[in-house]
Write a protein that binds this ligand. Structure first.
Ligand SMILES: [Zn+2]
Ligand SMILES: [Zn+2]
Length: 439
């Protein structure tokens, strides 16, 4: 009897809300299904018309025009080719949704009928193939899909929606440029920032969320090790930068193994070493190129300090004068870690569990790749941000991954299966915004 009363009570309390939520899911599903025939060709268009970082002219125009037609107030050329589109829908919170737009200097080898054959001239004057090898074409299509569904379902949410298309993600310059151009001052300041990224290792139809650090700090470092050149048969008359470079490469390995807390992830990789021209000439200099990865800002800072200390110390030990000490440069293409606000990540996760079920909602691990989206959470406002993963692999292909490795992001063979990737992406982004801007 008691149980019956309790269950009756539960039914009475939950019924309207559950019914409403279920009805909303059905509405979103039918809107997404309606959109698909229009947006599938758009995805193929983006895929076959990629533009390199800082050259996203046509891509940003297309996005801005579409958002304009949907009733957003659109600002163009924010931080380069950036687009900011705002729709105000009564009082409430402000949610920002971000897509990136740029492609990579990669010659596509997917064999898809809509594969890119675009060639462009890169910053160094080389002719390069151009490809959406990081899935930003899918990000844009999903972004426009979510914009359209949310514009159509305005009765189901309230607040302000800010949708931004960011340029130059691959050069980790776009987010910085948009912030510097007033993203949080000229436009409504968000309470939450959201983005998604294609996952090359999750089945299409699934979504992944990482709580806390999701992507790493990345720094590119150039070191010029200088010496005093001379004849290979008179080494005592020289200061050999090749021997010094070899010592430096080995010494740098101890930053992670001997100087960093073993519980804190860090990577120091020397990816390139170039010096000398001939067997019997001791050259003037050797050039090293490094990539550094970490999550915590302290580890990042320490690693850079240690590189400076070790390179100088070894040069001193080799007897070089101070004006021939190595030159260490931290490149502009550096990006701080993306930290998914745990509370927001948990909320996103619980929305996905409700909408997609536990099977399709995956708690993903942090990765050592990088993104500049995390910068939106690093201003003084400390706005909670969350970037989640969108599965892109054909489920049958996914099942064979042990025998046939899956192409990684940036591979010339990376190609998301359009469905169910697209519909899952639009549904996921729409669902989270509807939850954060619920009436
Ligand atoms: Zn990328
Ligand atoms: Zn990317």
């Amino acid at each position: 009897m008691k149980l019956r009363c309790l269950s009756l009570l539960l039914i009475t309390c939950c019924a309207p809300a559950c019914f409403g939520a279920g009805q909303l899911r059905t509405q979103v599903a039918s809107r997404v299904a309606e959109l698909y025939p229009q947006l599938e060709p758009l995805y193929k268009h983006f895929h076959s018309h990629p533009e390199l970082s800082l050259h996203e002219e046509q891509t940003s125009k297309r996005l801005a025009d579409d958002l304009d037609q949907l009733g957003f107030t659109v600002a163009r050329r924010v931080g380069g080719h950036g687009v900011v589109a705002v729709i105000k829908n009564g009082n409430g919170r402000t949610v920002l949704v971000r897509t990136d737009m740029d492609a990579l200097p990669v010659t596509e080898q997917t064999g898809a009928p809509y594969a890119s054959i675009v060639k462009a001239t890169d910053d160094k004057g080389n002719t390069v193939g151009v490809m959406h090898a990081c899935g930003h074409d899918m990000h844009m299509t999903v972004f426009l899909g979510a914009a359209r569904v949310l514009a159509q379902l305005k009765d189901n949410w309230q607040g302000t929606l800010v949708m931004i298309a960011q340029p130059a993600e691959e050069k980790v310059q776009g987010a910085k440029a948009m912030l510097a151009d007033g993203l949080f001052t000229r436009f409504p300041k968000p309470d939450y920032c959201l983005a998604l990224h294609c996952a090359p290792d999750l089945p299409a139809g699934s979504v992944g969320v990482t709580e806390g650090y999701a992507l790493a700090n990345v720094d590119s470092v150039d070191i010029v090790i200088r010496g005093v050149s001379g004849h290979g048969a008179w080494p005592h008359k020289t200061k050999d930068p090749i021997v010094l470079a070899a010592q430096t490469v080995l010494a740098l390995q101890t930053i992670v193994s001997r100087e960093t807390d073993p519980t804190q992830p860090a990577v120091v990789t020397v990816g390139s070493i170039h010096g000398g021209t001939k067997h019997n000439i001791i050259p003037d200099e050797v050039k090293l190129q490094l990539t550094l990865r970490s999550y915590s800002d302290d580890v990042r800072k320490h690693t850079i300090e240690a590189i400076n200390r070790m390179t100088r110390g070894l040069a001193q030990a080799a007897g070089l004068p101070e004006d021939r000490y190595p030159v260490v440069t931290i490149a502009d293409e550096s990006s701080p870690a993306t930290y998914n606000n745990p509370e927001l990540a948990q909320r996103v996760m619980s929305v996905f569990r409700t909408w997609f079920g536990d099977d399709r909602t995956i708690a993903t691990k942090p990765i050592m790749g990088a993104e500049d989206f995390g910068l939106l959470g690093r201003t003084d406002d400390k706005i909670p941000v969350c970037m989640f993963w969108l599965g892109t692999v054909d489920p049958q292909r996914f099942a064979q991954r042990a025998s046939e490795p899956l192409p990684a992001l940036h591979s010339s063979k990376f190609l998301p299966v359009i469905e169910p990737t697209f519909k899952t992406g639009v549904t996921a982004m729409t669902a989270v915004v509807l939850d954060l801007l619920a009436k």
